[in-house]
Design a protein around this ligand. Structure first.
Ligand SMILES: [Fe+2]
Ligand SMILES: [Fe+2]
Length: 221
């Protein structure tokens, strides 16, 4: 689906694309951890934890971008963002626990446990999925936004969030990660990326870490 001409719908659509990729990747990590032999994952641990760690980092970046570029602006215009801020705080506690486990497994691969990874990913799902739905369906619902914010301000929020994604996030990891958790049919206008990034940088960034992307459900093409 192409980006929307209406800025309100486009902001909601861009958020939904990112959230869909986050959900798809969460499901894929659980599937691999449950179905793949633990000894096999331990033998390829740097790549496997690289893949899992990319999800954890991406989610942290996504929330940091929202807290800096989206929520304050919406709040200034009278939108109620406290619900989403509280949800972020709950999710951050899960992220901290995941980061601690990843650090421990990287320091001593013999401590890696697929069962523990599964329990960490199962523990986050209710808080996370409810939040992802609320943000798209309630907070960024175009009819709610239209009541508070003009189209120019919505475009400003969208542009600022994209800029922050380059400085707060790590596009060389975040963008390939989002792309390979998005069905190939949706890649053509992926996140409204400029052509140079879409067709030159993205394949290069993908290639740089292709060993960790082998766990993903889709290819870049
Ligand atoms: Fe979001
Ligand atoms: Fe969020």
């Amino acid at each position: 689906m192409a980006p929307k001409a209406d800025p309100y719908e486009n902001l909601q659509y861009g958020m939904d694309q990112i959230h869909t990729a986050i959900r798809t990747a969460h499901g894929q990590i659980l599937k691999v951890a449950r179905e793949r032999d633990e000894a096999e994952l331990r033998r390829d641990l740097a790549a496997w934890l690289g893949y899992v760690g990319a999800w954890v980092e991406l989610l942290g970046h996504h929330h940091d971008i929202e807290e800096k570029a989206i929520f304050p602006r919406l709040k200034d215009k009278g939108c109620f963002v406290e619900n989403e801020i509280e949800q972020h705080q709950a999710i951050h506690r899960h992220i901290d626990a995941m980061e601690a486990a990843l650090a421990e497994w990287r320091a001593d691969p013999s401590t890696y446990s697929s069962a523990r990874l599964v329990s960490l990913f199962e523990a986050i799902d209710k808080d996370l999925f409810e939040h992802l739905d609320d943000e798209v369906q309630k907070l960024l619902n175009p009819s709610n936004l239209r009541a508070h914010i003009n189209a120019q301000d919505i475009t400003y929020i969208y542009t600022t969030a994209k800029k922050e994604a380059d400085s707060i996030g790590n596009p060389a990891v975040d963008l390939p990660f989002l792309a390979i958790h998005t069905p190939p049919g949706e890649h053509k206008n992926f996140l409204g990326l400029p052509l140079f990034i879409r067709y030159t940088l993205l394949p290069f960034w993908y290639w740089q870490r292709s060993h960790i992307w082998k766990f993903a459900p889709y290819s870049l093409l």
